[in-house]
Design a protein around this ligand. Sequence first.
Ligand SMILES: O=C(O)CCC(=O)C(=O)O
Ligand SMILES: [Fe+2]
Length: 203
Amino acid sequence: MIESLQPWQCLLAQPPIWHYSGVLGDEHATQLMYRLDSELPWERPSLTLYGRRHAIPRQQVWMGDSHASYRYSGRDFTPAPWHPGVADLKQRIESLLAVSHLPSWRFNSVLLNRYEGGDDRMGWHSDDEPELGDDPVVAAVSLGAERPLRMRWKDKRAEAFNLWLPHDGLLLMGPGTQHWLQHALLPRRIPGLRISLTFRHVE
Ligand SMILES: O=C(O)CCC(=O)C(=O)O
Ligand SMILES: [Fe+2]
């Protein structure tokens, strides 16, 4: 079972989607989750949908280089300064890429999502905001409860599918992913805190 020893796994060939297991090591990843949980200025912004205001069903923090400001779901987010644990994680991802056979993608910002339990969620979307450029590559680290990211083809060429996101794993959505697919973190009867960090490059 040589394959199971490889931390990088290709989950989809075209568009390429990769998963790396054991980014920080189990204990370090757990410590980071609790640190982020207690130290970050988590917000639950309200969005207006058909003229009614709704609090989003999760909490979030936008973080990054000061120039990397970002429009998300119709709102502008000025990034919070890098938390040292998140800056270290970004470096860790970039060095994992540097020694892999994948291109050395770089990131200058991250959306952190905090899901208190199985009811917290994120609806269908692609990470294709104009400030991310023509073909964004997104690197998503998962901490805490393992939940599936549901993926569906925009042109319905094939069935929707789940990508399970274990604690301390990195999901790398390569070129084309945001063009061809949408993703969602649907509500599930899976208890426990989960924090995801979706690293991006704002142009
Ligand atoms: O929580 C996740 O794993 C997905 C988050 C996501 O899709 C996003 O931040 O754009
Ligand atoms: Fe996303």
